[in-house]
Design a protein around this ligand. Sequence first.
Ligand SMILES: [Zn+2]
Ligand SMILES: [Zn+2]
Length: 397
Amino acid sequence: MKLIDPILEFQSELRQIRRDIHAHPELCFEERRTAELVAQKLTDWGIPVIRGMGTTGVVGIIRNGTSQRAVGLRADMDALPVQEINTFPHASRHAGKMHACGHDGHVAMLLGAARYLSQHRNFDGTVYLIFQPAEEGGGGARRMMEDGLFRECPMEAVFGMHNWPGVPVGTFGVTAGPMMASSNEFEVIVKGKGAHAAQPHKGIDPIMVAVQIAQSWQTIVTRNRNPLDSAVLSITQIHAGSATNIIPDEAMLVGTVRTFTTPTLDVMEQRMQAIAEHTAAAFDATVDFQFKRNYPPLVNHAKETAFAVDVMRSIVGPDRVDAQVEPTMGAEDFAFMLQEKPGCYVFIGNGEGNHRDSGHGLGPCNLHNPSYDFNDDLLPIGATYWVRVAEAWLAKG
Ligand SMILES: [Zn+2]
Ligand SMILES: [Zn+2]
């Protein structure tokens, strides 16, 4: 591996920063301490900052030379509402909150790159270091964009990275095109007419209608969707009724839809609504259909992905970069940035979990798991990747 020596020299300081953030997790749009820490470190290293973008977002700006060219590197800062079961010294000090997705490590890796870039400046142009709030469902990336991220910080391309458990340390994975799914949620209320359970002919049973809708919706995935374009429709809640002898007025269906493309998402939403409305009509019931699109599919741009693959291979070697990694049905709000700017999002291997200090919760080291911990061995690898992305991007013709 070709890691940057000065970054290796302050690896222990990066580990300290990472563990400090891990011990003080903050949820969506509440990342005040984390943002303060980021802004303070950047300022200490002589890097000008913009604060409060998209509520708690921070942007560090490193300019060098005379070129007008610019590139953006993005890390997310928020934690999850999870009760950590690890008991090592840097375990969460806040009940019910935990860095179970490794965003503590993402912040530390980008800080490592910031420090090196500000001290060595082997580039001509501007590097924007984007520390965003609220990746976990809050759409912090979009909020920063609405607050003028790309207007105030005009950049040619933007790059993102996430640690990936179960994949060896020192490896990367990426693919051009869709790599993560769109995330959407629905809530459908079937409105019937309540009655005594022994007199069903005097009512309209919403439970029967809800069950018919639930069954029929599965045909969308098998009969309406292009089989070459994946989709998931999961009903995760069905609620109705209060007693054994009452037919209720209403029944509710709640769940999630995931797709890799917007046309397939359009098909899913249109067919779900049509089936719900027409099924209800067939039984003299009505529906209230709510469908909310949260994050769009994350689609890597081809040229920037090829560029990122070259950078990763120059660091860890050609065999340790999977350039056609299997996409995941998880979602990621960096997708919003890739809708406006060319760029690429990569996975960096977090290992199998045996990096965890004694005192870890003995569960799997998976994202969003209460015994997860970010692997500090990644810090110099990720920071080196960020530095080389910035240097190579601004150097290329
Ligand atoms: Zn997450
Ligand atoms: Zn995450």
